[in-house]
Design a protein. Structure first.
Length: 362
């Protein structure tokens, strides 16, 4: 084994995911305790940081926008699997879980992640630039998928709100997958240059790419880290549910808490990119993740619902429809010019705070 590979194996970013995976296995065997839960929470945070590191290694090797696509795709596939597994375990009580998770993901990404990135980027660099040639079509696709998936079920006549009929579910699943695939083709092949950062952005643009061996090891550890993050989040979810019930918060709070845990790797990666004056990478991560959350998760939950006869409530209530519409409007204004400042970050974070507050106090 070469010295480079030995150094990789001895690095903390390798040890942490492996140790967290062992802890996850032990957590499902050992009796639950406060010490175990605290240890799982600490391991989850450390694994998130390790996942971001490995995502950046892969991204540096394959280049933009493929690097951000890798992280968004991996997180979304695991998130979909987690939703389906919880639907299977919960039955009718989890009919709105997919809706709550998708809505939470869109609001967290478009307001929380984007807002933090714009704010910290502006505090360090004053103004930052990105290519609105790519962000505009991405937002248009996101708005279309969000409205079709989360709003139209309330106004169609074939099934009572907030449900779609089986035929409507099939149509929604197909158009979600097709539009996401069209965006990936647009992003990675036809107009890849729309998603490349400006040549002056970032202080590591000319750093040597990692070796092939390091890239493959990081890719495997990234996948392992993401699986472990989701597993630890699922292990901690009963404690989250108990805390939610203790304070008598709405059940939708559980979906928000789980979504925030699952999206931690992307959030940390996006904020680090903004601090490094690579806002294009942050936007690629944010919009790509939001699109993937709907475009990939909806077909999966639709198939599970139809095949396993699971109830699937997709329509949002009026309060959430208003917040979603306002988020899409403000996002369109933010992405219009290709330049950002502190005020835009503040607006998105206020919307994020309103989302969190009205989830707790509907």
């Amino acid at each position: 084994m070469t010295r480079d590979r030995l150094a990789i194996l001895a690095d903390w970013t390798t040890i942490v995911p492996l140790a967290a995976t062992l802890l996850l296995g032990a957590a499902f065997i050992l009796p639950s305790s406060t010490v175990l839960l605290v240890t799982c929470a600490v391991a989850l945070m450390a694994t998130v940081v390790a996942a971001v590191h490995h995502a950046e290694v892969v991204a540096h090797r394959v280049g933009e926008p493929f690097g951000t696509l890798v992280l968004a795709l991996a997180v979304t596939l695991i998130e979909g699997a987690l939703i389906v597994s919880m639907m299977l375990a919960g039955g009718e009580d989890t009919a709105g879980l997919a809706r709550d998770s998708l809505y939470a993901a869109v609001m967290i990404i478009c307001n929380g992640v984007v807002g933090i990135c714009l704010l910290v980027g502006a505090l360090r660099h004053h103004e930052q630039a990105f290519r609105n040639e790519g962000s505009g079509p991405a937002l248009a696709a996101l708005a279309t998928l969000a409205i079709i998936t989360l709003v139209l079920p309330n106004v169609t006549g074939s099934a009572p709100a907030p449900f779609y009929s089986p035929a409507q579910l099939v149509f929604t699943g197909i158009v979600s997958a097709v539009l996401w695939a069209a965006f990936v083709f647009f992003q990675t092949i036809r107009h890849r240059d729309y998603f490349l950062p400006p040549e002056t952005a970032g202080d590591d643009a000319h750093a040597a790419p990692p070796s092939v061996a390091r890239t493959w090891i990081s890719a495997g550890l990234l996948l392992l880290s993401l699986v472990t993050v989701v597993g630890l989040a699922k292990k901690l979810s009963p404690s989250i549910e108990a805390a939610v019930e203790a304070v008598r918060a709405p059940r939708a709070t559980i979906g928000v808490a789980i979504a925030m845990l699952v999206l931690l790797p992307e959030t940390v990666a996006a904020v680090r990119a903004a601090l490094a004056n690579r806002l294009q990478t942050s936007m690629n991560l944010a919009l790509g993740s939001a699109l993937a959350s709907i475009g990939l998760t909806v077909p999966v939950v639709v198939i599970a619902s139809l095949v396993l006869a699971l109830p699937l409530a997709l329509g949002l209530d009026q309060k959430d429809v208003v917040l979603l519409s306002l988020t899409l409007l403000v996002s369109a204004i933010t992405l219009a010019t290709g330049r950002t400042n502190l005020m835009q970050g503040a607006v998105h974070l206020v919307l994020f705070a309103a989302f969190l507050f009205l989830t707790l106090v509907p």
